[in-house]
Design a protein around this ligand. Structure first.
Ligand code: ADP
Ligand code: MG
Length: 356
């Protein structure tokens, strides 16, 4: 069993209007793990990170870092350690590098009262690949280099956990991919425990050993990226990771009957009951129906989106349900075309009991 580097239990926080921004949140991160905290804008990610760092006090709950209780909302016996006593490193969304200090002075900032500052700064700059830039001013650096300065500064005091708030959002798309690769390599090399916040699912799946999907102040699901994708536990998770459609179906002995016909997989739901099956764009294939054939169309193309390598077509099935399908960029089909769509169920179905 690995050591737990960070533990949050029943964490809650609300601001002036009293509505909880973080709502009884439970979370644990093991040593050396990278956790992606993923959720839509406004769901409470930054507030959660600020609670961990000690920039906010919780209304309820407790936080442990490296086995030490750093916050515990417990009436008059409350515990609260300020950020500088918490052994956390923080990389802010805008990096918050001091513009009037050199690169080296920035990295030295958190360790300026410690011995061997110079050699530690040099070690950190070597580590992030900026060994020769110690005397430069931040304004002379590229976005990717500034990001590495922020990382070196946060890691210099050897924090027990590194917290990063949307660390790549200020970089343009091409640089973002390169930098997140570098950051992953650096975190692995130093066996750093890290929590990073993002609203970008691709980034979360790439960087996170575990992904925690957050919605309205709570963690809806946490686990390895593949599990979150293949076995979403809620509709929200299914939709947020990998853009799901939901297709209504009727449970029978032999499978689920949908507007695309029988999906021959028996599921653990009452025969005769209604379910909504999760269906993603790679789960749907289709044939165009030209007039001369005798097959009946079960839907038609209602929109198309060109995304470079692929087209994503939206099909409206005869019962009004809409599903998406991803196709090669050479398969160009006009809107309005009648189609016979098929559900390719080559993996276990994910379904939810229908609300109706
Ligand atoms: P996220 O990082 O997921 O986008 P935040 O944690 O920044 O979400 O914010 C969640 C909600 O809390 C938002 O509605 C935001 O306006 C509110 N909020 C955050 N900080 C404060 C604050 N200091 N005072 C009042 N409301 C706040
Ligand atoms: Mg935020």
């Amino acid at each position: 069993m690995s050591e737990i580097a960070l533990l949050c239990q029943g964490l809650s926080k609300s601001f002036t209007n009293g509505l909880p921004v973080v709502n009884h949140l439970d979370l644990s991160v093991t040593e050396g793990q990278i956790l992606a905290l993923l959720g839509p804008s406004g769901c409470g990610k930054t507030t959660t990170l600020r609670l961990m760092a000690g920039f906010e006090t919780p209304d309820q709950g407790r936080i442990e870092i490296d086995g030490q209780e750093v916050a515990h909302a417990n009436g008059r016996k409350s515990t609260f350690l300020p950020p500088e006593k918490r052994r956390v490193g923080m990389v802010f969304q805008d990096y918050a590098i001091f513009p009037h200090l050199t690169v080296g002075e920035n990295v030295a900032f958190g360790i300026r009262r410690k011995p061997n500052v110079k050699s530690r700064v040099q070690e950190m700059l070597d580590f992030v690949g900026l060994a020769d830039l110690s005397d430069r001013m931040p304004a002379d650096l590229s976005g990717g280099q500034q990001q590495r300065v922020a990382l070196a500064r946060a890691l210099a005091p050897e924090p027990a956990i590194l917290l990063m708030d949307e660390p790549f959002s200020n970089l343009d798309a091409a640089l973002r991919k390169q930098v997140r690769h570098e950051v992953r390599t650096l975190l692995r090399k130093s066996n750093t425990t890290a929590i990073f916040v993002t609203h970008d699912q691709e980034e979360a799946l790439f960087l996170g050993d575990h992904v925690a999907v957050m919605n309205q102040g709570q963690i809806e699901q946490i686990g390895p990226p593949e599990i979150i994708f293949h076995l979403p536990r809620t509709r929200f998770v299914a939709n947020f990771i990998g853009q799901a459609d939901f297709i209504p179906g009727q449970v029978t002995e032999t499978g689920v009957v949908t507007a695309m016909g029988l999906v021959p997989q028996s599921i653990n739901a009452t025969v005769g009951s209604g379910v909504d099956v999760v269906i993603r764009a790679d789960d749907v294939s289709f044939k165009e129906i030209v007039e001369a054939t005798d097959e009946e169309p079960n839907g038609r193309i209602v929109s198309s989106q060109f995304i470079g390598m692929n087209y994503v077509y939206e099909i409206e099935l005869n019962d009004g349900t809409r599903v998406h399908t991803i196709q090669p960029h050479v398969r160009r089909i006009a809107e309005g075309t009648p189609v016979q769509a098929e559900f390719i169920a080559d993996h276990p179905l994910v379904w939810f009991q229908s609300n109706a």
